[in-house]
Design a protein around this ligand. Structure first.
Ligand code: FES
Length: 106
């Protein structure tokens, strides 16, 4: 079994972030959603864990992303599901800005 060591990965320049909104990025095979919030940046997988809709097409307000397909919702700070039909925590990743680049720890 191989274990992959996590590392900080550049995903886009900070200047290309959608302010107070969600930005879709590609990192290898993964599509990620980067959330710009009043308390900083957060990241999750872009696809909803309920039925696979693209959260980047959802409605974003403060710290809550609402899925565009069934209106399930998640708190992007910890991934917790806050509105049905979403019930499972979504996967989130540490995120930072370093040297002008948004980076995600994966
Ligand atoms: S696909 Fe997101 S709530 Fe159903």
């Amino acid at each position: 079994m191989s274990t992959r060591i996590k590392e900080w990965n550049d995903v886009l320049p900070e200047t290309e972030l959608e302010k107070n909104w969600v930005t879709r990025v590609q990192l290898g095979q993964r599509q990620l959603a980067i959330y710009d919030t009043p308390t900083g940046l957060y990241a999750s997988l872009a696809l909803c864990n309920h039925a696979g809709a693209d959260l980047c097409d959802g409605y974003f307000d403060g710290h809550i992303i609402e899925c565009p397909l069934h209106q399930g919702a998640f708190d992007v700070r910890d991934g917790k599901a806050v509105c049905a039909p979403a019930t499972r925590k979504m996967m989130t990743f540490d995120t930072r800005v370093h040297a002008g680049m948004v980076q995600v720890f994966i």
